[in-house]
Design a protein around this ligand. Structure first.
Ligand SMILES: [Zn+2]
Length: 126
């Protein structure tokens, strides 16, 4: 990968990073509300659940973006963390923070579908 390609990816990552930091910091939907109305209670619980889930997702993404920025610095950017093959340019253009090539991502997605949780952790533990 050339220096200018790396710079381009770094710019994309930094933009995404700023966006996510803003999102995660400005989350206010997780306050616990109580209501004497049982139906309201259910609705609040659902809203809270959704807010927590999206915060979870954004925090995970933020972690991935940070890790990708670190890889961009240390020269390992663009290499799959799992199989160490180069990640395709097309994939990097679409998701510059991806730690995995398309094949390993498919495996990861299947594991996540099974409720295995944090995929990087999963691979590191394997
Ligand atoms: Zn791979």
């Amino acid at each position: 990968m050339t220096k200018s390609e790396l710079n381009e990816y770094r710019n994309a990552l930094e933009t995404k990073h700023a966006e996510l930091v803003h999102l995660v910091r400005n989350r206010d939907g997780i306050a616990i509300q109580t209501s004497p109305d049982a139906l309201d209670e259910v609705r609040h619980a659902t809203e809270r659940e959704l807010a927590i889930r999206s915060l979870d997702r954004d925090s995970n993404l933020l972690r991935s973006v940070r890790a990708a920025l670190r890889r961009n610095e240390d020269g390992s950017f663009g290499v799959c963390l799992h199989c160490e093959e180069d990640i395709s340019a097309k994939r990097l253009a679409a998701v510059p923070w991806t730690p995995f090539c398309i094949h390993c991502q498919e495996i990861a997605d299947r594991c996540q579908g099974n409720g295995a949780g944090d995929v990087e952790f999963l691979f590191n533990a394997a």
